[in-house]
Write a protein that binds this ligand. Structure first.
Ligand SMILES: [Zn+2]
Length: 71
């Protein structure tokens, strides 16, 4: 996995999404933007992946990650 992202699981779609670490560390308003364009609410997320990867996030991360597995 890319070192630039964390993967958090949303209970809304039961998928884990890629979140930029800069968003995680930065000042937030209680939400973070996933790479697929979705918004995750910090109070709801499970801060670990559940192996049900969001395909849109995988694609988005795959374009910039060193690992070309998802191309
Ligand atoms: Zn996603």
């Amino acid at each position: 996995m890319s070192g630039k992202h964390v993967w958090w699981t949303s209970p809304r779609d039961n998928q884990c999404h890629a979140i930029l670490k800069t968003q995680v560390d930065g000042p937030g308003d209680g939400t973070v933007d996933a790479e697929c364009g979705g918004v995750l609410i910090l109070d709801e997320v499970t801060k670990s992946p559940n192996n049900n990867w969001c395909t849109s996030c995988l694609r988005a991360v795959g374009e910039t990650a060193d690992d070309h597995r998802w191309r």
